[in-house]
Design a protein around this ligand. Structure first.
Ligand code: ZN
Length: 403
């Protein structure tokens, strides 16, 4: 089966834009992208009426927690909640994420292994949602940050056991907690957690099994420990110094900024019911985080988009707010789109499948009414998302109803 989109603005995910382009889709793949003169349309191809709209690759969020629903105190909510209810909420959040144009997410810590059931339900078409790459539980030290969605482990051999447990459950990649965090009471974001030896043992085990590694780190020392131990991405990277920046650039380590996490916590604050300790930590880190983002961008460090969706008031389905925040700190709209498409796909190791609008890639794309290169915030306007396509199927938006 052939689908064709004609007269559309094509943003390819690699930094290029083509006005009045044509995209031909055959089954689940992009068969051709170009201008009208050079793309021949097979007889019987079905036209998706997207003329005048903008088409970009399906967006990718490299840092979400589908088990968290953006409640003011997610630690308390998780501890009190029936795990079955958590899974139902996660399924609903997954649908909202897809409807917002995000066709792929990386889940960096779920309260149990039910994330793998959700992933399978989406893969098999039982439920709508983004493709999921999942870590299972985040691996942290005893008493460490994120233990409410984590597996506590100590000592190199204990860490290796924890990694194997996630792999056995179906983990696509592994998440480590390399510093304290904002949400977990009593942990200090500016202090490293897990020792260099523990991280080295755990990351070596993940790599031996062909898995990539994301490391949560606000603290400078935590970042460096994780980079030296071989992490593929540093999540947050809040307190970056020159040495950490140089190491990241040299080793090709990605920064996943998650600007939305601190921003939403600070904006909603105490009045909204966020615990005082969380608000204080978020306020203390926010300016440094902005500076680190700017430094990374200036230094040419690889940046992949991630929101930390699920943290207080950082809702699933509002993931595109992160692009506006990155643009506010100096990225061009085109750079922000690259961070949320090809760059994110490279970090996830699936850039041969998704992340760009190129011949041969899976047809994951978003059709938007308007030009996000003029105003990036239009990606947050639900009524502008005319269609979301996943592997050649229109799965959401008004165009999916007409098709
Ligand atoms: Zn997170």
């Amino acid at each position: 089966m052939f689908l064709v989109l004609r007269g559309v603005r094509v943003i390819d995910g690699l930094g290029h834009v083509r006005e009045r382009g044509t995209i031909l889709i055959q089954n689940d793949r992009i068969a051709e992208v170009g201008d009208a003169r050079h793309v021949s349309i097979p007889r019987g191809a079905i036209e998706v009426d997207a003329r005048g709209m903008t088409v970009l690759p399906g967006l990718i969020d490299c840092h979400v927690h589908l088990c968290l629903g953006g409640e003011p105190d997610v630690v308390k909510t998780t501890q009190a909640e029936d795990p079955a209810l958590t899974l139902l909420k996660a399924a609903s959040s997954a649908r909202r994420t897809l409807e917002a144009g995000f066709t792929t997410v990386r889940d960096l810590g779920f309260r149990n292994h039910a994330i793998f059931a959700l992933k399978k339900a989406i893969e098999t078409g039982l439920l709508p949602g983004p493709r999921i790459q999942a870590a299972g539980l985040a691996i942290c030290m005893t008493g460490g940050h994120a233990r409410f969605i984590g597996r506590e482990a100590d000592g190199p051999s204990g860490i290796v056991d924890a990694v194997r447990e996630q792999l056995s459950a179906g983990a696509d990649m592994i998440k480590f907690i390399a510093s304290g965090g904002v949400l977990t009471p009593g942990t200090l974001p500016d202090r490293a957690q897990l020792t260099q030896e523990e991280l080295a043992a755990g990351i070596a085990e993940a790599r031996r099994n062909g898995r990539r590694v994301a490391a949560h780190a606000h603290a400078t020392e935590g970042m460096k420990n994780a980079i030296r131990a071989g992490a593929h991405s540093i999540e947050h990277a809040t307190l970056m110094d020159q040495e950490a920046s140089d190491l990241m650039r040299k080793q090709g380590v990605y920064m996943v900024p998650t600007l939305s996490a601190l921003a939403t916590a600070v904006a909603c604050g105490l009045a909204a019911g966020i615990p005082e300790d969380v608000v204080n930590k978020a306020q203390a880190l926010r300016a440094r985080h902005s500076a680190s983002f700017k430094q990374a961008h200036r230094a040419g460090i690889l940046i992949a988009m991630g929101t930390d969706a699920g943290t207080p008031f950082n809702y699933h389905g509002e993931n595109a707010q992160e692009l506006e925040r990155m643009v506010a700190l100096g990225m061009s709209p085109m750079e922000a789109i690259v961070a949320a498409t090809s760059s994110a796909a490279s970090l996830l190791g699936i850039d041969h499948l998704i992340g760009t609008l190129e011949k041969g890639k899976l047809a994951d794309l978003v059709i938007v009414n308007g030009n996000p290169l003029r105003r990036i915030s239009i990606l947050q306007e639900k009524n502008r998302i005319a269609g979301v396509m996943q592997a050649g199927r229109l799965v959401s938006g008004p165009l999916s109803k007409r098709a």
